[in-house]
Design a protein around this ligand. Sequence first.
Ligand code: UD1
Ligand code: UDP
Length: 390
Amino acid sequence: MQAILTVIGTRPEAIKMAPLLLAMRAAPGIRSLLCVTGQHRHMLDGALAEFGLVADYDLDIMRPGQDLTWITTAVLAGLRPILAETRPDWLLVHGDTTTAMAAAMAGFYAGLPIAHIEAGLRSHDLGRPFPEEMNRVVVDRMASLLFAPTEGARRNLLRENVPQGRIVVTGNTAVDAVLAMRGRILADPALAARLAAALPELAPGRRVILVTLHRRENFGAPFAAICQALLQLAARGDVEVVYPLHLNPAVREPALCLLGGVPHIHLLPPLGYAAFTHLLMRAAVVLTDSGGIQEEAPSLGKPVLVLREVTERPEAVKAGTAQLVGTDTAQILAATNRLLDHPAPQRERANPYGDGQAAARILARLRQANQRTTSLAPARASAGVMLPAG
Ligand code: UD1
Ligand code: UDP
């Protein structure tokens, strides 16, 4: 039996790890354990429930207004006894959250081999996204096995001198998740009707502009500038702006204050994954600073305007399905109006981020991997032996 412990903490980690967790659960010879840090609470629990995932361990760390130091220290301290008890053959972390970074560090300190899913993404700017760019650099440095979603991510890792034998290009599991959810919705007209009926306030015939925002570097003035653009877009008279709000008060409160009660702007609670995918299928244009949504949208043929100055996901920009528009009001307005006034036919296309088989590739490679010997930490240190200074 190969024991694999996965640690996740936020909504996107739950959605993107679900395909792999479900595959591992069904795989003979694998004992898959799930630890959630609870960096997110409601948003994480909803996503786990939708995929039928139940945590074996829950650190329950979320505090209102938590800061990065709290998340890091609480995850490190909370994981120590769990890693000592379980001693997994592999510790799996995903992406660039502070949960992923602190969990990888806890695993490194414990001398465990770490596998990083969604390795190698780089904006090459430590301030944007903050702190995610540093988190992913640090996790990649500690990982023995790096699952890069794209060739570009693999090249980033090679440039940092990661040995090529440690890197596997798999596609992004976000594509597995969105294709599976789209399949479920298309195969189940009753589900599709329920999801449509849940948003009766959207006038039929008007096109949907779907918006999400949550990045720390967009708080404050950039956020207000984006909201100005949304107000002007809603005033066009032929669109519905649909904006499911992230639960972070730093986003929620200004959004309610600047956009609340405005006709044709719909501020919603965070949506479940089925509801959100359904809305994405219905959208004419997506305005977002999310990472995961940039990866999902091409599978549904949706144009994305990325509300950021830089992206670590350049593939869709190169393919022409996403555009970096930043946070300037005039630029967002011009780009959105252009897409609305001259719509290209929407068609599902080859997604540059993956083909829906990423979880299968990751599982196959984990099965081959010779565990234990591949931890990057020296055995003496992880056993708690004091190393001589210098
Ligand atoms: C985190 C990740 C970010 C990821 C995002 C996905 C870090 C540093 N940031 O950012 O990379 O893109 O999740 O959404 O790891 N809150 C709730 N309930 C919830 C979730 C959040 O009330 O279920 C509120 C809490 O007040 C919390 C705040 O949101 O303090 C911020 O949550 P946090 O996880 O610290 O940061 P995110 O902006 O969500
Ligand atoms: N998502 C969701 N409900 C929402 C908004 C987003 O299920 O109301 C999903 C979305 O489809 C994607 C993920 O959450 O899979 C993205 O999460 P988020 O934008 O919070 O984080 P990021 O991807 O930027 O880390």
